[in-house]
Design a protein around this ligand. Structure first.
Ligand SMILES: Cc1cc2nc3c(=O)[nH]c(=O)nc-3n(C[C@H](O)[C@H](O)[C@H](O)COP(=O)(O)OP(=O)(O)OC[C@H]3O[C@@H](n4cnc5c(N)ncnc54)[C@H](O)[C@@H]3O)c2cc1C
Ligand SMILES: NC(=O)c1ccc[n+]([C@@H]2O[C@H](COP(=O)([O-])OP(=O)(O)OC[C@H]3O[C@@H](n4cnc5c(N)ncnc54)[C@H](O)[C@@H]3O)[C@@H](O)[C@H]2O)c1
Length: 442
């Protein structure tokens, strides 16, 4: 370790942008500190991916039961309170587990809000800590609409801690959080209204497939109102009103799901000259900020990659390799998939259908509902689009179906390693299985 500083590397934030790389870096003998203002583990385990997918498990089962109605008999319903208790049981221990792991590798865990003092120094709890390099991995926070009554609205953290599902729930926005939570709330018995800012939802996904997900949600009772600009939230007793355009909707609970903004305020960026804007902290292709000794990782870094856990993990591991001298190369991202955990799920990676058309790539679209394997549990809808370059390599895929997360995941090696048709043919999968089913399309 450098004698000049307290640490080799000091991390601000203890989410995936930090710990996936910090742990292997510490195991190589580097002396590290991690400063966390809230729960160790950050958004994903506590208020994001893990918490959400725990609540989604019975939703998935309920939808499967609905598809198999008549074969499977009896009524199923979700007990929200028990579902939430179950979530607490499996999620609440994660911060301690991750902290235990950090400490096991002799990483100093400092609880408090850190702020940069200079290129090598952070102030936390009135003390200063120094490091050869600093990594800012402070993540994002929920956007709060700047309209009258905005305090009456809740964010995704509140939803993921709801003890009782409200009877009527109104969601503002139609991105990832809106569509996933609309699905969970609807399956759990709420009347859900989604106010879409435009006439399209999930605009980064293939729109014909997004429409299929929205159709499924509409058929189950979710109400979508297009081109709705929220004007105010008002309260009369326990009744809330969302005013939008020249109309209004009465509701019991409002979820503001209008996006997430980088945590760049009050961490000393201006003081030390780290450049940032509304998209996050500016970094070069080595994740280095405008100050040489300071790097940024995870959601707070302004990169072209999707702001997801796998991106944060990859970046923090890249920094581990950079700091330990394993590499001097620029970060080279693999194919990063993404999924909306609705029912049906929407998943994709790589080249989009629009890009494929511009590049003259081959686009193959399939209605999978006729596949015998999809008929087993009456999957409806189930559509897959595959994109191949001129050399017949798979370069993009998108699917809408209840199994889309698994199918898209299983296709990743074909795209990442540019498998040739002959190599694809050598791949053997368990039969019958969803991987075997989807690879038969290559
Ligand atoms: C509701 C929801 C669902 C999601 N679902 C998925 C999903 O299914 N799949 C997926 O891939 N991604 C999902 N995401 C995104 C995923 O959670 C993030 O991409 C991931 O958590 C980013 O990790 P990070 O370390 O960059 O930031 P974070 O996990 O947000 O960690 C940042 C940490 O920094 C701390 N911090 C901030 N300021 C300071 C300071 N000054 N001093 C000390 N600490 C500070 C914060 O308290 C926080 O703990 C979801 C996000 C949300 C909100
Ligand atoms: N499955 C996953 O991987 C997953 C799930 C949830 C969240 N996330 C992450 O969290 C991020 C945030 O999710 P999100 O759903 O909040 O954001 P988002 O960017 O996906 O969607 C924001 C929505 O709010 C709308 N909106 C923006 N400004 C508005 C305004 N003034 N009035 C009304 N509507 C407005 C947008 O049109 C959009 O529909 C995602 O981008 C993603 O990185 C990922």
């Amino acid at each position: 370790m450098s004698k000049q500083y307290d640490y080799d590397v000091l991390y601000l934030g203890a989410g995936h942008g930090t710990f996936d790389g910090a742990i292997p870096l510490a195991s190589k003998g580097y002396h590290l500190g991690v400063i966390e203002a809230d729960k160790i583990g950050g958004t994903c385990p506590n208020w994001g991916c893990n918490a959400k997918i725990a609540l989604d498990a019975p939703v998935r089962t309920l939808h499967e039961k609905q598809r198999l109605n008549g074969i499977l008999n009896g009524d199923l319903s979700i007990d929200w309170y028990k579902n939430m208790q179950h979530k607490h049981k499996i999620i609440d221990g994660l911060p301690n587990a991750i902290e235990g792991l950090l400490k096991h590798f002799k990483i100093d865990v400092i609880k408090g809000r850190g702020s940069l003092v200079d290129g090598h120094t952070v102030e936390v709890n009135g003390k200063t800590k120094s490091a050869k390099n600093i990594v800012i991995a402070t993540g994002l926070h929920s956007n709060h609409l700047d309209i009258p009554g905005s305090d009456l609205a809740h964010d995704s953290k509140d939803f993921l801690a709801l003890d009782h599902m409200p009877k009527n729930l109104t969601i503002i926005g139609s991105g990832y959080i809106s569509i996933e939570f609309a699905d969970i709330a609807n399956a759990s018995g709420a009347n859900v209204t989604v106010l879409m800012h435009h006439d399209k939802a999930l605009r980064q996904f293939y729109q014909p497939y997004v429409e299929k997900t929205l159709d499924a949600l509409s058929q189950r009772g979710v109400k979508f109102i297009k081109n709705a600009t929220p004007k105010s939230f008002e309260k009369d007793g326990s009744q809330l009103t969302v005013k939008y355009n020249d109309d209004k909707v009465k509701t019991d609970w409002i979820l503001d799901a209008t996006g997430r903004n980088p945590n760049v305020k009050n961490i000393g960026l201006d003081k030390v000259g780290v450049k940032y804007d509304a998209n996050g902290i500016k970094v070069d292709d080595h994740l280095r900020t405008s100050v040489d000794s300071i790097y940024a990782s995870g959601d707070v870094a302004d990169t072209d990659e999707p702001k997801l856990t796998p991106t944060a993990q990859f970046q923090s591991k890249y920094l581990m390799h950079l700091f330990s001298g394993d590499t001097k190369d620029a970060i080279d991202y693999p194919v990063i998939p993404t999924v909306v955990f609705s029912s049906p799920r929407l998943a994709k990676f790589g080249v989009s259908v629009d890009e494929a058309k511009q590049k003259g790539y081959k686009v193959v679209s399939k209605n999978l509902t006729g596949d015998w394997y999809r008929q087993i549990d009456k999957e409806q809808p189930a559509h897959l689009t595959l994109i191949f370059d001129q050399d017949k390599h798979l370069v993009g895929a998108t699917e809408v179906s209840d199994k889309a997360d698994d199918t898209i995941d299983s296709l990743l090696p074909a795209a990442e390693y540019k498998l040739s048709p002959a190599q694809v043919e050598r791949m053997i999968y368990l039969f019958p299985s969803i991987a075997s089913d989807v690879w038969a399309n290559l």
